[in-house]
Design a protein around this ligand. Structure first.
Ligand SMILES: NC(=O)c1ccc[n+]([C@@H]2O[C@H](COP(=O)([O-])OP(=O)(O)OC[C@H]3O[C@@H](n4cnc5c(N)ncnc54)[C@H](O)[C@@H]3O)[C@@H](O)[C@H]2O)c1
Length: 253
């Protein structure tokens, strides 16, 4: 049990990777604060954690809003007793050609994926430093944070931004014993990608894009989070780790 007596705050916990992470950390003994824009979805995750026999609280948050983020961190601390790990999994993605991308859509995607990661990380880091505690922050970038993907200008820009923000936080928080790393998954089967899998042409191109010949399940991403949040990763900070079946390793010619 690597995370007994540890509190883990997970945004976007009502679905996909954030939900899988909540269950994975609970299985290793952590208390979970499951936060999401959709409180009912966060509650489903918190209930599933409690069924495993570990404490959980469900929290409503809009990660784009500083006041909402501040309230989430205060409620997480009150509910968990100890807050040690933050997972920034809340995210949204557009599929719109660059020339047609409305400014509001750009603002929403950057606001959620990049500004949200900044706001949640800053609030948790300030809490950890005030308590004189060490901690871990894990950000969700993407293969779209390491290379372009057509029709996803805001998403690609936001995920590249997360890579840069992770480096910056890694540097500025290292002497505070807070390690910050990012994960860059290839395609993972979640609500975000649900529209892909019933379309034979997309399925074929996904298999080609991942040299492993398949996409990932969210539980596979959660396993890397467990490592990055553990003491085994104490000397890792500012890094972005692809977990992508070889997606960014090279391009077929
Ligand atoms: N699924 C993939 O293929 C994939 C690949 C690489 C990276 N990612 C990243 O992983 C993270 C999780 O993705 P997922 O596939 O689990 O997506 P998902 O759509 O299944 O879950 C995202 C969750 O974020 C919540 N959310 C959205 N906006 C929010 C806001 N403003 N405040 C709080 N919560 C908000 C949603 O309600 C939802 O529950 C995202 O950052 C995504 O970009 C996903």
């Amino acid at each position: 049990m690597r995370f007994e007596n540890r509190g883990v705050l997970i945004t976007g916990a009502g679905s996909g990777i954030g939900q899988a992470a909540s269950l994975a950390f609970a299985t290793e003994g952590a208390a979970i604060a499951a936060a999401d824009l959709r409180l009912e979805a966060a509650q489903v995750t918190a209930d599933a954690v409690e069924e495993l026999g570990w404490p959980a609280v469900a929290l409503q948050v809009d990660v784009t809003q500083p006041d909402s983020v501040q309230a989430m961190v205060e409620q997480a601390v009150a509910g968990l007793g100890s807050l040690d790990v933050l997972i920034n999994s809340a995210g949204v993605r557009e599929i719109v050609p660059f020339l047609e991308l409305p400014a509001e859509e750009w603002t929403k995607v950057i606001g959620t994926n990049l500004t949200g990661t900044f706001l949640c990380s800053q609030a948790v880091a300030q809490h950890l430093i005030a308590q004189n505690k060490s901690g871990k922050i894990i950000n969700l970038s993407s293969v779209a944070g390491l290379m372009g993907v057509p029709n996803r200008a805001a998403y690609v820009a936001s995920k590249h931004g997360v890579v840069g923000l992770t480096k910056e936080m890694g540097m500025e928080l290292a002497d505070k014993h807070i390690q910050v790393n990012a994960i860059a998954p290839g395609v993972v089967e979640t609500a975000m990608t649900a529209g892909y899998f019933d379309k034979p042409d997309i399925v074929a191109s996904l298999k080609k894009a991942h040299p492993a010949g398949r996409w990932a399940q969210p539980e596979e991403i959660a396993k890397l989070m467990l490592f990055l949040a553990s003491e085994d990763a104490d000397f890792m900070t500012g890094a972005t780790i692809p977990i992508d079946g070889g997606f960014v390793a090279g391009k077929a010619i």
